[in-house]
Every structure is written in structure tokens, then in C-alpha cells.
Design a protein around this ligand. Structure first.
Ligand SMILES: Cc1cc2nc3c(=O)[nH]c(=O)nc-3n(C[C@H](O)[C@H](O)[C@H](O)COP(=O)(O)OP(=O)(O)OC[C@H]3O[C@@H](n4cnc5c(N)ncnc54)[C@H](O)[C@@H]3O)c2cc1C
Length: 387
């Protein structure tokens, strides 16, 4: 049986970062795919949105969002920029604070080069099981057993199974007695069905720069995109972080304009859809006026109010958020109440660590999830280095 100081499960963003930061230890990195970092390669549309300049615990959803403060204040944007500079990876900061690399491939290459030569990486090896022994852990993967003193679970969440995602982290944590907070697909769009599908059948490709979308007390302003399936875009992605399935969603397609007032002032022989078509894309105006389209001069007070509500407060139930297949991230996960916020070590099992997406810490769109992957991995690596 192979014996090492530390086994890292998962060669994704956080597993690779941890492997690069653990010094003077014999490390074994186990990956199910035939290559490392497949999700990382897909990140940011191939440009890896690796951090955000404007970052706080408020950008994260969790049963305890404050959990991420310690790690994120120990491993900062400047640490990651220094790392990129050492490997001559070019990057840019966008006006909205998002940092992008010249390519995801260049970030992956740097992460792999940072890993000490003596660290062994084995690919095509699926994690099966882990048990605690007197000396540490015995891990079964790819039909073989491996022993180590420290174990880092960096197996990610359930999103994008095509890129290697599995329920490995939740099985492992559950078997060690950890609580798993109910998971759901997040940073994803919604599909329209039934009446909504019919109403918006001709809207695919329409984008709005500044729509406002609300569910309960959570509200986001930003881009909204109509797709062949339903709705997508940054504002909806961020809202999906808070669990929207079967909940009532309200969209203000024109937050800057009081449409009721506008319609009152623009009564004419023109049809409602034509008038609305001067404010929003005409195809969307037609879809929203559907069933109540008539000359604005002939509209009653109640009809004007109903038309305005369709633009300023369009309300529906989000029945079908897209699943894990297309969601960028898994919300929920291993409860942070049983993990140290400083070291990522389990409070139940000494020398067992959890990093990245498998924990119940989920960031908004904009580089927050990779920032968390780096920072949580750095916290675990620092603790292991100190032992
Ligand atoms: C399309 C897409 C785009 C994204 N873009 C961005 C972005 O631009 N910015 C951002 O901040 N976040 C982005 N994210 C989210 C980000 O990629 C994740 O938050 C991050 O990769 C999580 O890191 P991780 O190490 O926890 O998990 P992962 O990166 O998912 O790594 C987990 C690793 O474990 C391996 N694994 C899983 N199960 C097993 C098993 N049973 N046995 C062996 N190995 C296993 C997987 O193959 C994988 O390599 C994006 C996600 C997707 C899907």
C-alpha cells in the first residue's frame, strides 16, 4: 500500500492550489478525470474570472457566510496576482472589479508548474472511500488503497458532471459524520414551461442591460437574457444562489421608468405593443402585451395599470431552474459549522480538511467562487505545513 504524508482528493481549482502550497511533505493528488482542472478550463468562458476586487462575505451564500472571512483575509487578490506574475500569466481587471486571465489554460499551467516535483498526481482514478486509522487515513481509489496522515477533500460539488463532478465529497463527509446542507443547482437560468413558454416563444436572443429581478428579500440588477429555453443572465444567476425553485419571481424590465406614468402621458392611436416597443425590444414588447394589446388611447385605468405591471413587476413562479448539468455551481454542501474557518480542518475528524465548492460557501457570479477555492486551499495548506 502506498504511504504519503498527505492525500488530496480532486485536481480542480482548490486541489491544485493546495498541492502547490504544501511544502516539504510527500503529497499524492488523486483525480478522476484524465486531466487536471477541466472545470477551471471552462471558467470565465475560457478566460478564467479568477478573483474580484470588490469582495466580502456579503458576496457569499451559506448558513454562515461569515465563515469565509478568515480565509479570504489571509489569502488575498494580491497573493493570486503575485502567483500569476511569477508564471508570466497576463490578466486584466474589468470596470466591474472582475479579474480575468489571458486564458484559463495559462492559469491551469501555472498551477501545475507550482506543484513540487516530488508530488505524485494520478489521473483516471475515482475516489471510492476513506476511513480513519490510528495513524491517519486509508483511502480507496481506482481499486487501490493509499495511506496518509492528512487528507484534503477538494472534490467539488455536483455541477457539470460532464467535467468530472460527483457526489464524492458529500459521501466522504457524510461517512465521517458531517452534516450536509441540502444542495441545489445555482448560478443558473430557468426554463419556461406551459403558458410562459408560449408567451415568450419569440424572444430568444433578446438581452436587457439593466433589469431588476427579485425573489423575496433578494434583488439583483443587471443583465437578463432570453434563451430558447427561458431566461438566463447575470442578474438571474445571482438570484439563483438563494434558491428560487417554486418561488415567486418578479422582474422589472425597465427599473428606470414608471411605465404607468409613461402610458398615461403617451395615450394615442398607437397600439400598446408599439408604444412599449419604443422602450424595450419590440419582440419583448409584443410578448408582454400579448392578450391585452389595444390602442393606448382606448385603455382604461385598470388596463393601463395591468400593462405597466407586466413591465415593472412581471411576476411568475420559477418552476424549473436548470439542473446540475448546466448550473455553474452547487449551493449548500458540507456544513461549515463543523469545520474550522481558519484552517478548513474538520471539527469532527482531526487532519481531515475540506476546501472549495464542496463546503456550504457559494459565491455570486464574478470570480468569487474561484477566490474561495484558492483561499480555502491556502488555509488548509498553511495548517498542514505548520504540523
Ligand atoms: C462552466 C463554468 C464556468 C465557471 N466560471 C467561473 C469563473 O469564471 N469564476 C469563478 O469564480 N468560478 C467559476 N466557476 C465555478 C468554479 O469553477 C468552481 O467554483 C471551482 O472550480 C471549484 O473548485 P473546487 O476545487 O472546489 O472543485 P472543482 O474545480 O470542481 O474540482 C474538483 C475535482 O475533483 C474531481 N473529482 C470529482 N469527483 C471525483 C471522484 N469521485 N474521484 C476523483 N476525482 C473526482 C473533479 O474531476 C475535479 O477535477 C465556473 C463553473 C463552471 C461549471
Amino acid at each position: 500500500m502506498d504511504e504519503t504524508d498527505c492525500i488530496i482528493l480532486g485536481a480542480g481549482a482548490s486541489g491544485l492550489m493546495a498541492a502547490g502550497l504544501i511544502k516539504n511533505k510527500k503529497v499524492l493528488l488523486i483525480e478522476g478525470n484524465r486531466k487536471a482542472g477541466l472545470k477551471l478550463l471552462a471558467s470565465g468562458g475560457g478566460l478564467c474570472n479568477f478573483f474580484n476586487a470588490d469582495l466580502s462575505f456579503k458576496n457569499y451564500q451559506s448558513q454562515n457566510p461569515h465563515f469565509c472571512i478568515s480565509a479570504l483575509s489571509s489569502y488575498k487578490l494580491t497573493d493570486f496576482l503575485d502567483f500569476l506574475k511569477r508564471y508570466k500569466v497576463k490578466y486584466t481587471q474589468r470596470p466591474d472589479g472582475k479579474y480575468f486571465a489571458e486564458s484559463s489554460q495559462s492559469v491551469l499551467k501555472a498551477l501545475l508548474e507550482e506543484i513540487p516535483q516530488h508530488t505524485q498526481i494520478i489521473y483516471n482514478t475515482k475516489f471510492e472511500n476513506a476511513v480513519k486509522t490510528e495513524q491517519g487515513f486509508e483511502v480507496r481509489a481506482g481499486g487501490k488503497n493509499y495511506k496518509s496522515k492528512f487528507l484534503i477533500c477538494a472534490l467539488g460539488g455536483l455541477s457539470y458532471p460532464a467535467l468530472g463532478a460527483s457526489n464524492g465529497a458529500f459521501n466522504l463527509a457524510g461517512n465521517f459524520g458531517h452534516t450536509i446542507i441540502k444542495t441545489y443547482p445555482a448560478l443558473c437560468g430557468i426554463n419556461f414551461t406551459g403558458v410562459l413558454k408560449k408567451q415568450f416563444a419569440d424572444t430568444a436572443g433578446i438581452t436587457l442591460e439593466q433589469a431588476e429581478i427579485t425573489c423575496g428579500k433578494k434583488s439583483f440588477k443587471g443583465g437578463l437574457l432570453f434563451t430558447h429555453q427561458g431566461l438566463s443572465g447575470p442578474a438571474l444567476f445571482n438570484l439563483s444562489l438563494y434558491g428560487i425553485k417554486d418561488k415567486q419571481i418578479t422582474i422589472n424590465f425597465l427599473p428606470e421608468i414608471n411605465v404607468q406614468e409613461y402610458l398615461k402621458q403617451h395615450k394615442s392611436a398607437k397600439m400598446l405593443s408599439t408604444v412599449l416597443g419604443t422602450l424595450i425590444p419590440p419582440r419583448l414588447a409584443k410578448a408582454l402585451a400579448c392578450g391585452i394589446d389595444k390602442k393606448t388611447a382606448d385603455m382604461t385605468k385598470t388596463e393601463t395599470l395591468a400593462a405597466a405591471q407586466r413591465i415593472n413587476a412581471f411576476t411568475f413562479t420559477a418552476q424549473t431552474p436548470c439542473g446540475y448539468k448546466k448550473a455553474e455551481i452547487t449551493a449548500g454542501g458540507i456544513s461549515v459549522k463543523e469545520v474550522s474557518s481558519k484552517t478548513m480542518m474538520s471539527a469532527l475528524v482531526p487532519n481531515l480538511y475540506f476546501t472549495g465548492e464542496c463546503l456550504d460557501i457559494t459565491g455570486q457570479l464574478g470570480g468569487y467562487n474561484l477566490a474561495w477555492a484558492w483561499a480555502s486551499a491556502a488555509a488548509a495548506a498553511a495548517d498542514i505545513n505548520s504540523k
